[in-house]
Ligand binder design. Structure first.
Ligand SMILES: Cc1ncc(C[n+]2csc(CCOP(=O)(O)OP(=O)(O)O)c2C)c(N)n1
Ligand SMILES: [Mg+2]
Length: 251
């Protein structure tokens, strides 16, 4: 019979790759920046939430970050919509999680797009006194789809990044005000230094609470459109297309 002995060299190789991956990705998790880098949200959620906390994820770029970098430490603490990828699943599922596990902090990390699919979850939470927490990963866009458009349409997008006219300013509704209008607590977070404290506050609060967190829409997960391992041959966005800011385009 073959023993695990023959796998040892392979395991050693994997350990080396893991080290290279960590050395490549870790430094970005220690940066404070405005707008807030995605890594900060992942790192501070891990620092603040106990192992028992239940996290729900939705569909979108935020999901890709958590799939790669979230350290789930217990079974049944990371709820996903997986391949169905239905936007709105995460912000709704967290209500069920909190009803099922009232002693555990329950946090929905969802996109601004995904949350806007089901904003009435706030009303349900207030009606039934369900102290869930929503962290709206607000990048003022359907960034997952925007980036595919950038890649396929030569740096252009249509209707997937949100702008206010006149003036073409990046647009997002005020999600914190939206939460307060429903009778929940709502806090806007624009500085990375404030996110940790805001999440601690939300967990302690004991009532439904939404954090509207403004995240940098142009920092992408360190994945590439190939199976190459670090060191990465390039760091271009999906499909290698160059991002052209809307203001700089000649249309
Ligand atoms: C119900 C539904 N409609 C459309 C899609 C296709 N889709 C996948 S991700 C996405 C954009 C998500 O935007 P947002 O929630 O803001 O997340 P982000 O990618 O910006 O993190 C869309 C439209 C989907 N998955 N589910
Ligand atoms: Mg978004």
């Amino acid at each position: 019979m073959r023993t695990a002995e023959h796998l040892r060299p392979w395991h050693a190789e994997l350990a080396q790759w893991r080290k290279e991956w960590d050395a490549y990705t870790k430094p970005s998790f220690e940066i404070h920046a405005a707008p807030i880098r995605p890594e900060r949200i992942v790192a501070d959620c891990r620092a603040v939430l106990p192992d028992s906390a239940i996290l729900s994820l939705d569909s979108g770029v935020h999901h890709n970050w958590y799939m790669q970098f979230w350290e789930a430490r217990r079974p049944q603490t990371m709820l996903n919509t997986w391949g169905f990828s239905g936007m709105g699943f995460g912000p709704s599922a967290i209500l069920g999680a909190k009803l099922a596990a009232p002693e555990q902090p329950c946090v929905s990390v969802c996109g601004d797009g995904g949350f806007s699919m089901v904003p009435h979850v706030l009303c349900t939470a207030v009606e039934y006194d369900i102290p869930a927490v929503w962290v709206v990963w607000n990048n003022f866009s359907w960034a997952a789809i925007r980036d595919i458009q950038y890649g396929l349409f030569n740096g252009r997008e249509l209707g997937t990044a949100f702008y206010q006219q006149p003036g073409n300013k990046p647009y997002s509704p005020d999600f914190a005000a939206w939460a307060r209008a429903c009778g929940a607590e709502g806090v806007t977070v624009t500085r990375s230094e404030d996110f940790k404290g805001a999440l601690e506050h939300a967990i302690r609060l004991g009532k439904p609470c939404l954090l509207d967190v403004h995240v940098d829409a142009n920092v992408r997960p360190p994945a590439i459109g190939s199976w190459a391992l670090p060191p990465m041959p390039h760091k271009e966005p999906l499909f290698g297309a160059k991002y052209v800011p809307r203001q700089a385009r000649k249309e």
